[in-house]
Design a protein around this ligand. Structure first.
Ligand code: NAD
Length: 494
């Protein structure tokens, strides 16, 4: 077994070699130095070669990535579960060492979120993504023999990753898919293609330096809808893993492949009169402001029972959020949703994941530096309530009582079955809420991240929370087939 020190030295030699072959002065891992911005030159082939060899897992053509992945899958079959766990250790180490660099580069490329939280996101993902320990086989015996059920790989998995968390989704997917013995091809979001290809090359180098086959993870350098479609329809791709909005989920589910789909959410929060109001306010600020509200599980709108509404609004201010009057909430709503010619509206992507100061500037408001969250009262039909807006701007709605609040939460969630939160000390209400919402994740008396693997939560982490297809917070078993061996008449010894 390779120990942590050996993994570190593998990664360091990988970094040195990436820097040497690409002609780019990469920072020493974990040094905190600012990574040079990704010029096309720095993304030139690291080990340039035509055809199937790709460039450390990065290919020009989707068809070549698939062919290389197929070859890699057969080679990977020779590696047992312990070896796969060693591979996962390498991915975790590289993610921890590069958390800062990956975060800065993601921010430079996408302009969304904030670096501080992105670093945490990478670290959480490295530490809390489940590995091969998740693959617990089952066996039982009886008078006529023994049955064993184990987890076998699907083969080549085609994965779509979002612009909101490009590298955390990539590495989380790689960990849980490789744990099951699969190989994976990524069609990253075009808006995050440079950081995705860059990170993939770093991971790929470390994997190969660790003694594993090439192309266990691959991607295309220029992902498009066309490359996604050729991945969706290629006969050698066994399974699709989709993490993104409604458009891509619909497109993947129209194929004839098995799909594990992690779609959009619009998580509502209900605060009732029994809740610890001050703690609820602190938790809501923490969850809703994280990475400027980019997470699909983040608190997106809050319904507060009338009798504690004013106290809650004061508690939010006291805990550091900045209250916005209704005139400015309306102005921001108008800017966040652009009317289209069909009489509908579309989300203004320019505002997604932007900072509170960016949003405040749009409506000429002065707010204290470092403000993590803006909030204000709206009615329940406001678009900020109804749509998944992904901004550090939280609408708060007054409701009559628990029952009224629950109805509002159901409406705002739109049946996505994603995430819902409640702050209440009444266990019966928590139970009623969880049952009625029927979402993949319900968090009670906590902040949203506690439902998906932070250090202070009791849950493993996934960046692919399979909502429409029902696998839930995904883990290696979701990317495996269950195989049964039935041994008749033998191996019984009593
Ligand atoms: P997006 O939907 O804009 O893009 C996701 C990916 O799909 C991109 O790679 C994009 O190029 C591709 N794509 C879009 N339409 C396509 C089509 N018709 N055919 C093929 N490919 C297509 O998502 P985004 O803005 O990057 O991410 C944010 C969205 O993802 C939010 O809705 C969020 O809730 C959701 N999300 C869900 C989860 C989850 O676990 N459920 C996790 C992260 C993000």
């Amino acid at each position: 077994m390779i120990d942590e020190q050996q993994i570190r030295s593998i990664v360091e030699s990988v970094v040195a070699s990436v820097a040497k072959t690409s002609g780019t002065a990469l920072p020493k891992a974990g040094s905190g130095a600012v990574t040079p911005s990704l010029s096309p030159q720095s993304m030139r082939p690291v080990a340039s070669s035509a055809g199937l060899r790709g460039k450390d897992g990065v290919f020009d053509r989707m068809e070549d990535a698939i062919a290389a992945s197929k070859r890699a899958f057969f080679e990977f079959n020779k590696f047992g579960v312990r070896e796969r766990e060693r591979l996962i250790g390498i991915l975790r180490r590289v993610t921890l060492d590069y958390a800062e660099e990956f975060s800065k580069m993601t921010f430079e490329e996408t302009g969304m979120g904030n670096i501080r939280d992105k670093i945490l996101k990478h670290r959480n993902c490295a530490k809390n993504s489940p590995g091969t320990e998740n693959l617990v086989s089952r066996s039982w015996s009886g008078e006529t023999g023994v049955t064993i059920e184990e987890f076998a790989p699907f083969g080549i998995i085609g994965a779509i990753t979002p612009s909101t968390h490009p590298v955390p989704t990539l590495v989380n997917n790689a960990i849980i898919m490789l744990a099951g013995g699969n190989t994976v091809i990524f069609n990253p979001h075009p808006g995050a293609k440079k950081i995705s290809a860059y990170a993939l090359q770093i991971f790929h180098k470390a994997i190969v330096a660790g003694g594993f086959p090439e192309n266990l993870i691959t991607c295309v350098e220029n992902p498009t809808i066309e490359t996604a479609n050729s991945m969706f329809n290629h006969p050698d791709v066994a399974l699709l893993s989709i993490t993104g909005g409604p458009g891509v989920v619909k497109a993947a589910m129209a194929t004839d492949k098995k799909v594990i789909a992690a779609g959009p959410g619009n998580p509502p929060v209900l605060v009732d009169e029994t809740a610890n109001i001050e703690k609820a306010a602190r938790d809501i600020i923490r969850g809703a402001s994280f990475d400027n509200n980019l997470l699909c599980i983040a608190e997106k709108e809050v319904f507060v029972v009338e009798s504690v509404f004013d106290r809650f609004m004061m508690a939010m201010e006291k805990a550091g959020a900045v209250k916005i009057e209704s005139i400015h909430m309306d102005l921001l709503t108008k800017k966040a949703f652009i009317s289209n010619e069909k009489g509908g509206h579309v989300l203004n992507r320019e505002m997604v994941g932007r900072s509170t100061s960016y949003l405040a500037d749009l409506v000429k408001l002065n707010i204290p530096e470092g403000t993590r969250l803006l909030f204000g009262e709206t009615d329940k039909d406001n678009l900020l309530v109804k749509e998944e807006q992904m901004m550090p701007l939280l609408p708060i709605v007054r409701v009559k009582d628990f029952d009224d609040g629950l109805q509002c939460c159901l409406e705002a969630e739109h049946g996505y079955r994603h995430t819902a939160l409640i702050h209440s000390k009444d266990m019966d209400r928590i139970t009623t809420f969880a049952k009625a919402m029927n979402t993949t994740i319900v968090v009670a008396n906590g902040y949203s991240n506690q439902g998906d693997g932070p250090d202070d939560g009791e849950a493993y982490m996934a960046f692919t929370i399979a909502t429409p297809t029902g696998e839930g917070v995904t883990s290696p078993i979701n990317f495996c087939k269950i195989r049964r061996l039935a041994i008749a008449g033998s191996l019984r010894f009593v």
